[in-house]
Design a protein around this ligand. Structure first.
Ligand SMILES: [Zn+2]
Length: 219
């Protein structure tokens, strides 16, 4: 009986298999890198600014952009408002998505505030109405105040309701929710949003935590 030689893959087949394996490895590595970077970006390093965690007088965020020359999907209370590029781009995407659902008319009234500017705001405000310099999240360039043309308060508008549902999908949280002043140190501010990235914002949205609680839990 003739010995039947077990047939291995021919050279051409062998090369195809190697190419397929290499392509698969490249795709998995690429996807892993992409999602890894996205999901771990803020892990443990999310910036917390409050009365107990202050920024120095020399802290200026990198990459501030003037919204007046860049923005498309929202309005501005003045031509001086700045945010970090990442925050601006996320805000642009978010308000564009709102616009596509016929919710427009958002007006950003405040963004980055320097330490010195916050000192002026503090000096001009009634006691308890503004943060001391260094303790304001506006110095991070990651936070903005928003409103619409309304006389009834922003929290009664459909634009506010949309943000409550969707802001986290773009990396934003409502930083000072109602009934959380004992934790945040600041009473309800329906107009103030903070960029923390999509992963952190989604966790905060889903759990109802404040940023203070999130940072404590992830330290
Ligand atoms: Zn604010």
């Amino acid at each position: 009986m003739a010995k039947k030689k077990k047939r291995g893959p021919r050279p051409v087949e062998r090369i195809s298999i190697i190419l397929i394996v290499l392509a698969f490895m490249a795709v998995s590595f690429g996807a892993g890198w992409y999602f890894g970077v996205r999901s771990t970006k803020y892990k443990g390093t999310v910036l917390l600014v409050n009365d107990k965690n202050r920024l120095s007088s020399s802290y200026v965020p990198e990459g501030l952009v003037n919204l007046y020359t860049s923005r498309h999907s929202f309005r501005l209370a003045n031509s001086e408002i700045q945010l970090t590029r990442e925050t601006y781009e996320a805000a642009e995407q978010m308000f564009h998505a709102a616009e596509e659902q016929n919710l427009n008319g958002y007006i950003i009234t405040s963004g980055y505030r320097s330490y010195d500017r916050q000192a002026e705001v503090y000096a001009q405000s009634e006691p308890g109405k503004a943060q001391e310099p260094g303790a304001s999240e506006h110095q991070t360039g990651l936070a903005f105040d928003v409103t619409t043309e309304t006389s009834n308060g922003f929290e009664s508008t459909p634009q506010y309701a949309w943000l409550m549902q969707h802001a986290h999908e773009y990396g934003f949280i409502q930083r000072y929710p109602a009934n959380k002043a004992d934790i945040t140190g600041i009473s309800y501010e329906p107009w103030h949003y903070r960029y923390v990235g999509v992963e952190v914002a989604t966790q905060i949205h889903n759990t109802g935590m404040t940023l203070e609680e999130f940072v404590k839990r992830n330290r």
